[in-house]
Every structure is written in structure tokens, then in C-alpha cells.
Write a protein that binds this ligand. Structure first.
Ligand code: HEM
Length: 328
């Protein structure tokens, strides 16, 4: 049975709170907004990649949160360079103070700390559902192949619904973590933040969903393996906004419809995409539920400050994801 962090000798409430404090100190030591957002986002991505390789259909090798990721797999690019490396501050912290707990437990506790500290009013505290006792694996061959690639819309179904056994609401809520951090050319080949600025990319709120709806997204790098989405016209040279196909696919039917623009606005002007509007899913589409879930995360008509639907759904998706190996 999973164990709760109450009075056990190993991973106590004190351990959990100490990790939270230490993450805050590391974060506060980073002055530059871009570096800081990437530090925060990298921790959440690390914990998520550890549990996103879970396959409920593989009784012999379900994987899940086991403190193991494949550093050479392209889906993990950036993690072994910036987040979990010999000189990475997170790993140094673990080695120095927390190596008596498993990496898997530490990664989740560290991610919980990031989420609590960056949520509005520190209101998303995931300690209640934290359990410890995950066991680490030193090798996890094939784990990277179970992670989603950003290009294909079917990836979301494959990872979250079919292998992890989550609902569309869980999946869409987990994707909202892209409100934190950024992508980089040197890692995934997808450069930029999902939200407006590096400051916004340090706030864990529903902005990711608002960005999908409010912006006029157009494809970038058409015809290349790094095809993704950005905003702004030809004169907007400093633009580093970014969405992946797997983000846009939550709302828009882009399979077979590229190039297209997610809005009629003339910010797509000057690009081939402006000629066609990316259709929204309708009720007969398999991803209609995804579009509905994005609508729920918006918390009511825009603008509003209601993060409760997102936080509630995220807490549930995160709880299921990080416990996945206990379900097998
Ligand atoms: C279809 C599913 C997903 C795909 C295809 C995907 C893909 C990506 C890619 C390509 C990056 C950029 C990496 C880089 O260049 O450094 C990224 C970053 C990130 N992902 Fe995801 N992701 C998915 C789901 C998730 C989930 C479920 C979470 C967490 C619950 C998550 C959290 C993050 C975070 C926080 C970052 C920013 C990392 C940083 O700043 O270093 N992602 N993701």
C-alpha cells in the first residue's frame, strides 16, 4: 500500500516541507526570468516524464514513476542537460540531502513544491495526496518510446487514455502544465513559451487554455519535423510564442488541415495559413471531449480569475498519474 507522509521514519512531513523550502531557495537564487521559468518547468516535466511511460496494458513491464528516464531519447531532450545532470542544482540537492528517499518520490515532491509555489496564492497544495514508497529502477529500456512526440495528435490519446488509463479531463488538465517553462531549439527544436512572457511562464494557472483560444496561432516550420505553432505576423521578429500540435489538437482539428490559422484575425496575414481557418472539433469528433474539457478549464467567460476547475482537475490527473504503478 502507498504510504502517507505522516510519522514514518523515511519520508516524513518534515522531509516534504524541507524539499519545498529547498526548491524555493534554489528558485530564488535564479535572477533571470527565462532561466528561472525553465528551472521550474524542468522539474515538473521531469516528474511527469517519469510517470507518463506507464502502460496499463503491459503487465510484465508497466513502468510508471520509478525514478528512471532514458537520457538519450529525443522526447527527454533537455532533461539530462539542464535538469538531472551531475552539476544540475536539483540533482546536487538530492545527492546532498535526500538520497535516503527514492528519486521517484523526490521528483514528485519537488514538482509538488514548484506547483504549490507558482500557483495563485500558493493555493494548489498537493501534499494531501502525496504518498511515498516508489521504488527506483536504474534502467527503463523502452520508456522513451512510450512518451508522446509533439507532432501527432493521436499521441495524447495513446499516452494518457490508452496507456495511462486517464480520462480526457485528466489529460487536458495535465497538459495545462505547459503554462510553466519553455521549449528550446537546442533540445526539442521547439523554441518559446506557451504563455506570453517568461514571467507568466513562472505562474501555474489556466493561462495555457486561454492562450489556445485567444491567440491567432499559425504553423511554423511547415514541412519540417519541428513543425509547431506561433503567433504574430512577419514584422513580429521578437516573437517567441509557441504551441505544439499536441496542444492545438486539444481544440482544433488540424489533421489534414494544415496549413491553417486558428483565428480569422489578420495576424495570420502574409502567411499561407491565413487562407484557411483551422476547424474546431464538433460533437461527432472523438476529441470533442477534449475541446469540452479545455472549455471547463477556462473557468467561465473570459476574463475571469477562476482557476478552481483547472486546479481541481489537475490535482486529480496528477494524483492518478503519479500513483499509476500502484494501480497495476
Ligand atoms: C502530448 C503530451 C506532451 C508533449 C508532446 C510534450 C512535449 C513537450 C516539449 C516538446 C517540450 C519542450 C522541451 C524542450 O525543448 O526543452 C515540453 C516542455 C514541457 N513540458 Fe511537455 N509535453 C507533453 C505533456 C506534458 C505534461 C503532461 C506535462 C506535465 C504534467 C508537461 C510538462 C512540461 C513542462 C513543465 C515543460 C517545460 C520544461 C522546461 O521549461 O524545461 N508536458 N513538453
Amino acid at each position: 500500500m502507498p504510504r502517507t507522509p505522516t510519522t514514518e521514519r523515511c519520508f516524513t512531513v518534515r522531509t516534504y516541507n524541507a524539499i519545498d523550502n529547498d526548491i524555493e531557495t534554489l528558485k530564488n537564487n535564479i535572477a533571470d526570468a527565462k532561466t528561472r521559468s525553465h528551472f521550474l518547468g524542468g522539474i515538473v516535466r521531469l516528474a511527469a516524464h517519469d510517470f507518463m511511460d506507464y502502460d496499463q496494458n503491459s503487465s510484465g513491464n508497466p513502468m510508471g514513476p520509478d525514478g528512471c528516464f532514458d537520457p538519450s531519447h529525443p522526447s527527454n531532450a533537455g532533461l539530462p542537460a539542464d535538469v538531472w545532470c551531475a552539476n544540475c542544482t536539483l540533482k546536487l540537492l538530492y545527492d546532498k540531502k535526500y538520497s535516503h528517499v527514492s528519486r521517484a518520490d523526490f521528483w514528485i515532491a519537488a514538482a509538488n513544491a514548484v506547483i504549490r509555489q507558482t500557483s495563485i496564492g500558493n493555493s494548489l497544495d498537493l501534499m494531501e495526496t502525496f504518498v511515498w514508497g516508489r521504488e527506483d529502477s536504474d534502467v527503463c529500456a523502452g520508456s522513451g518510446d512510450r512518451l508522446p512526440t509533439p507532432s501527432g495528435c493521436e499521441q495524447v490519446e495513446g499516452v494518457f487514455l490508452e496507456r495511462m488509463g486517464l480520462t480526457w479531463v485528466d489529460a487536458v488538465a495535465l497538459m495545462g502544465a505547459h503554462t510553466l517553462g519553455r521549449g528550446a531549439n537546442e533540445f526539442s527544436g521547439h523554441e518559446g513559451t506557451w504563455v506570453d512572457t517568461d514571467e507568466d511562464a513562472q505562474v501555474f494557472d489556466k493561462q495555457y487554455y486561454e492562450e489556445i483560444y485567444l491567440n491567432s496561432w499559425r504553423p511554423r516550420n511547415m514541412g519540417e519535423g519541428t513543425q509547431d505553432w506561433t503567433t504574430g505576423g512577419p514584422s513580429d521578429g521578437g516573437n517567441t510564442r509557441m504551441m505544439l500540435n499536441t496542444d492545438i489538437c486539444l481544440v482544433h482539428d488540424i489533421d489534414g488541415n494544415l496549413p491553417c490559422c486558428t483565428s480569422d484575425e489578420d495576424t495570420c496575414g502574409g502567411f499561407e495559413a491565413a487562407a484557411r481557418r483551422c476547424p474546431f472539433y464538433s460533437q461527432i469528433d472523438v476529441r470533442w471531449e477534449a475541446r469540452q474539457a479545455v472549455g471547463e478549464m477556462l473557468g467561465g467567460s473570459y476574463p475571469n480569475t477562476n482557476n478552481v476547475p483547472f486546479y481541481t482537475a489537475f490535482a486529480e490527473g496528477w494524483r492518478k498519474g503519479k500513483f499509476s504503478h500502484y494501480f497495476s
